[in-house]
Design a protein around this ligand. Structure first.
Ligand code: MN3
Length: 202
């Protein structure tokens, strides 16, 4: 079974009033994410060791292996973007009670969480991701990864939110102003209902 580009869970214009325009979503989903899926399928077809493996298995088995870096990059980016589309919402920005309480106890409150997330996102040199994860010790943690990597690969925990800080995610809307993109993303776009549901599944 070839991997497939998942449909967006909202229309391409759904986030336009919240700082992510139709062209950004159209290119990001239809071109960038599609390219990762197409490349990954090419690697799976060419390598019998990858046949029949789940996306999570491919991410894990290719992580840290120099000869599998192209496989890891594309599998990781497919996994990251599946999460990214779900981690955004046209009704984003509001933090529901159970997640807010956990943020308060583990991260010192919403403002400290947002400051830590912005710091992670803006200090990630070059391309990468900022994450809110439920760490193996049961605590919330803010982290970052480079390029196509993610908390599944690094073992840092269950990803609850992931913010794409590759330039293709924000350049049309915010130009070079990554800090403004991340602030807006946390305040108006992030789907904390999704993050809470993922936290409660764990
Ligand atoms: Mn991207």
């Amino acid at each position: 079974m070839a991997f497939e580009l998942p449909a967006l869970p909202y229309s391409k214009t759904a986030l336009a009033g919240r700082g992510m325009c139709e062209e950004t979503l159209d290119l990001h989903h239809g071109k960038h994410h599609q390219a990762y899926v197409t490349a990954l399928n090419g690697f799976v077809e060419a390598n019998a060791a990858l046949a029949g493996k789940s996306l999570e298995e491919i991410v894990t088995l290719s992580h840290g292996k120099a000869d599998m870096a192209p496989v890891f990059n594309n599998a990781g980016q497919h996994w990251n973007h599946i999460l990214f589309w779900q981690a955004m919402s046209p009704n984003g920005g509001g933090i529901p009670g159970k997640l807010a309480a956990k943020i308060e106890s583990d991260l010192g409150g919403v403002q400290k969480f947002k400051d830590a997330f912005k710091a992670a996102a803006t200090t990630q040199f070059g391309s990468g991701w900022a994450w809110l994860v439920l760490a193996p010790d049961g605590k919330l943690k803010v982290t970052k990864t480079a390029n196509g990597s993610n908390p599944l690969a690094t073992g840092e925990g269950r990803a609850l939110l992931g913010c794409d800080v590759w330039e293709h995610s924000y350049y049309l809307d915010f130009r070079n102003r990554r800090p403004d993109y991340v602030t807006n993303w946390l305040d108006k776009i992030a789907n904390y209902e999704f993050a809470e549901a993922e936290m409660l599944k764990a």
